[in-house]
Design a protein around this ligand. Structure first.
Ligand SMILES: [Mg+2]
Length: 331
């Protein structure tokens, strides 16, 4: 059988010849998907088949990751509007691609929508679409279900020319951090106390930015190990130290911290989605600032040791500021 006779049968079909979306059948779930597709426009690709078809021939390293955000576990309804809930959940998943030094190919979206949230689906979809657009990560497929709690799960897929790993920090490396930390915890404290946060802090909490282009720059510049700040800077450096079997020394006074929070507390601030990388070479922080308009700060060093983070403030060693956990219903 010649190649032409195989066209349209799947494995030999060039993805470029398939329709933009596969026509959907009738029913409430499909009506909801049609509504989302209308809102997503060009941010959704070839929805409607049983699976997404990807062309990853450009890179030998395909990176996949999955992340879930659940109401009353990761956020509260009164803290965020539906667009922010959709955006933030997608951004959190995409940040893991950044931590791997990957460029997104796209993402799959699984939503569990309680009846009480049904009217907000369009707005949640708009937030997801904003993340897809701003991160160049088209929505490639997904699933919709009814359920008792709002839940958003994203499988993100990317490719990495220079994959980063938590396990590649080596003694002698320098430790760098992108951006500033502290804003997320600052906002969370106000929200938990029933106060409206300062707009800049609220934006850090509600609208984190995955550092995807920054990660690619850092990987090209020689970064080897990386982690995104989701549990708190020192806690995440602890994961990196454990994965690499090294000790990490952090000089807290060097951190770039948002206004209104101490550097010690900023170390505990989770869901920041800044990147921390280690590298055997000094990085050009001015060039980074010029390209991205964002700080890149050398905050410490990697030494021989066993899975430990040691923190110093103004020359003296201090107890590592960990202990902040994600929002929980009890908190
Ligand atoms: Mg992560």
């Amino acid at each position: 059988m010649g190649a032409d006779s195989n066209r349209g049968r799947g494995s030999n079909t060039p993805a470029g010849e398939l329709p933009r979306h596969i026509p959907l059948g009738s029913g409430g779930e499909f009506d909801a998907i049609r509504t989302l597709l209308d809102r997503w426009g060009k941010n959704a690709h070839r929805i409607g088949d049983d699976g997404a078809l990807l062309d990853a021939r450009e890179s030998p390293n395909v990176v996949v990751s999955i992340d879930t955000s659940v109401e009353n576990v990761h956020f509260r309804r009164e803290w965020l509007n539906p667009e922010e809930i959709g955006y933030r959940a997608a951004a959190a998943a995409l940040s893991d691609l950044a931590a791997m030094g990957a460029t997104p190919l796209g993402m799959l979206v699984a939503l569990t929508i309680p009846d009480s949230w049904r009217g907000a689906l369009d707005a949640i979809g708009d937030g997801i679409g904003e993340a897809a657009s701003s991160c160049n990560a088209p929505i490639l497929g997904g699933d919709l279900s009814r359920g008792t709690e709002l839940s958003l799960t994203f499988s993100v897929i990317g490719t990495a020319q220079h994959p980063l790993s938590r396990s590649l920090a080596r003694p002698g490396d320098l430790v760098y951090m992108t951006g500033s930390v502290g804003g997320s915890l600052l906002a969370l404290r106000d929200l938990q106390a029933g106060r409206q946060p300062d707009p800049a802090a609220r934006r850090r909490f509600a609208h984190p930015v995955p550092r995807l282009a920054e990660a690619a720059w850092l990987a090209r510049a020689g970064a080897s190990a990386a982690v995104d700040v989701s549990d708190g800077l020192v806690a995440d450096l602890g994961h990196l130290a454990a994965a690499s079997g090294v000790a990490i020394r952090v000089h807290i006074e060097r951190l770039s911290v948002v206004h209104g929070i101490s550097a010690i507390d900023a170390c505990r601030s989770g869901e920041e989605y800044e990147l921390v990388v280690t590298t055997p070479r000094e990085l050009d922080t001015r060039e980074f600032q010029r390209v991205f308009g964002l700080d890149l700060t050398c905050i410490g060093t990697v030494t021989e040791g066993d899975a430990i983070v040691r923190t110093f403030l103004d020359g003296g060693e201090v107890e590592p500021p960990t202990g902040y956990l994600h929002f929980t219903p009890e908190s």
